[in-house]
Design a protein. Structure first.
Length: 96
């Protein structure tokens, strides 16, 4: 099913990449769309996404950088391991 966006609303759906942060284990991108910061963390074919309202952050994108501390990134890494394990298990149930 196709959804059409009116031209006058198109400016509201533009997603901009604000920053890409270096990390040895995954790709971290910070995007901005509709007054929200979107933190996208990718590892191979897996992805975790977190959305934060700009109004909830005191120092804009700098507040997002602060939230991405070592402790949080350790939990992200552990979650990727669980995601990969879950997917492998379901994949193997169907003999792929």
């Amino acid at each position: 099913m196709l959804h059409f966006v009116r031209r006058d609303r198109l400016k509201n759906v533009i997603m901009r990449i604000i920053a890409e942060l270096p990390h040895p284990d995954f790709k971290i991108s910070i995007l901005n769309m509709n007054n929200k910061f979107i933190v996208k963390i990718e590892q191979a074919s897996l992805e975790q996404t977190y959305k934060l309202a700009e109004i909830d952050l005191i120092d804009g994108v700098n507040s997002v950088f602060e939230l991405l501390d070592e402790e949080f990134l350790k939990t992200v890494s552990a979650r990727f391991l669980e995601m990969r394990k879950d997917f492998k298990e379901t994949y193997s149930r169907y003999n792929y």
